[in-house]
Design a protein around this ligand. Sequence first.
Ligand code: HDE
Length: 697
Amino acid sequence: MADTRFETTTGNGGETHQQAPAKGSHGDADAHLTTNQGIRVSDNQNSLKSGERGPVLLEDFVLREKIFHFDHERIPERIVHARGSAAHGTFEATDDLSDICKAALFKKGTKTPVFTRFSTVAGGAGSVDTPRDVRGFAVKFYTTEGNWDLVGNNIPVFFIQDAIKFPDLVHSVKMEADRAYPQAGSAHDTFWDWASLMPETTHMLMWAMSDRAIPRSLRTIEGFGIHTFRMVNQAGKSTFVKFHWKPKLGLQSTVWDEALKLQAADNDYHRRDLYEAIDTGAFPEWELGIQAFDQALADSLDWDVLDATKIIPEEMIPVRIIGRMTLDRNPDNFFAETEQVAYCPANVVPGIDFTSDPLLQGRLFSYLDTQKSRLGTANFHQIPINAPKCPVMNFQRDGQMQMTVPKGRANYEPNSLAAHGEDGGPRECPMTGFATAKGRADHDETGEKLRIRAELFADHYSHARLFWKSQTDSERAHIASSFVFELSKVGLEQVPARLVANLRNVDEDLARRVADGLGIDLPKMAKAAREPIDIEPSDALSIQKNMKATIEGRQIGILIADGSDADEITTLKSAIEKAGAKAFVVAPRIGGAKLSDGKVLKADGQLLGSPSQIFDAVAVILSEDGAAVMAKEGAAIQFVMDAFGHLKAIGASETAKPLLDKAGIEPDDGVTGLGDDFLKAAARRFYDREPSIRMLA
Ligand code: HDE
């Protein structure tokens, strides 16, 4: 008989557990359905009754167990970052980092398994993928020396400087307490009320109002560790570092109208994209880099490196690439892996250490604490997705859902049992164990107890100004317009002016544009707690300056109908696939369209369910008759109109032009035929088209 169990190690000395039937065992002749006690189930369709039409008997333990387990399937969702998607992969160290870090995972050539979860912040687990929001970027490295969790975001700064404000931030941005809306997103009273009272949020608000917060896919976002961390080398020397993830496909974002429409088109847009990319072998990849610097450099800056609302421009300290992460395996089970994974910034390995950043310090407590209430037991580290892939040996014992079976009498340390022939258990490792970094403390050495922040934390505007100055004109228009959009949703009269008063410290033009867009008078400038300084602009902060002109990894929609030219379709499809992109055929009927050669080509998606916002570029291949029919079809007109409005390339066959005319499209560089010029155009967005089609602030 086949063994239908699968084994998992807890990492705790390699004990194994009997779990659910192995994947793929369904349908095996020998795969018997059992209860959780291993009793074979003879009938899974009918409960046990007294007589044919009689009441169900309490005695039916098969029914009771099944319903009981079902009743308890849900666990509390994460307080923030509840909606997420994740994948397995590998991190490979590509540079020799021994000069600054002794961690084994950074030894050149070392491969470390990872599990990476991306998330939105404000929405619940069932909310949409494309609201305006920060994206979480959390990586668990299962190293040979224990788990290291780099729990970051796709924006390199944060809203607040001190963890004590986190509950207020989160309460204000999540759905409002009495009415329970909006479900995801910041465009509502309480968030802007709070943020406008909190000038330290200004830099982060600039990022959150930029296109960084409406990414095209999870594969095209950057990731940042945000805080200044430390690396420690073999000699005990400590270096400050900031972590950066850089996507292989470059940065890509949507435009706001597109993001809104994506919420209707596909709630799972990012989740689906990640899953399908991995499923089809287009493995997402990022480079990991660090900005490394010493105490002297930290001291020379005009801002504090412990302040998580500040960055260090890459032009000032270049990012040194130290490794590559490839995500190549989807989870087998969403709950067991993506939902139960428990990240914690306090999980570090020897060679990586913290700084006194007050935001980071608060996080070191929060994550461990929240996992206990979310996963229900202090033994959550034994869940397979959380378990280290190296031995775990200590004298921590018992607790709910204890999965290991420790042997012997030694459950305390020190002990002398070994000296008497018994197993005394593990010992401390003074030479190789984690030891907090030595050297000059980066905090106030007087040790006086104070509820204050260091002086330079009072500068709330310089970096917001740096960000603004580093953007293209089109990006600035998007930022100003997002402020207008969000504040237009605010009903509290006092709030918009208060926010604009803060923005005057960032840039007068920005403040004026937002005030004009809202139709309010320019308020008096808010008094800055510390006079802002000017910092050289940084190209690295712009998305548009960091896009890659490639169609690799993108999805191109091809609209066809009965009579479309078969050769044109075949040629275009193969050119798209050759370039590493995906061709997706859209037709009025899912069964497909009868092409010029008399054959039927099956569609990948039906027109109504496949609007152009799910594509990076679109092609329209229609016969004369087909174009006449499509010009009367609202969804087809919308298809090209939206593609144009979302600044995408449109390739059209000569005979498809009437549809474009009907949609009011005035051809520009992004409207092409079906040849190479289309593939070239499809590799970019046409931001310069925007002023002619939409009023921006
Ligand atoms: Fe988090 N954060 N956070 N956060 N955070 C959580 O932990 C918290 C902060 C981040 O995919 C929670 O397991 C505090 C910054 C990510 O599972 C919770 C503070 C950054 C994720 C928590 C912060 C993050 C979380 C909720 C202020 C970027 C999702 C559930 C001091 C560097 C991880 C959970 C995943 C999740 C607390 C600020 C990133 C409550 C107290 C800054 C990516 O523990």
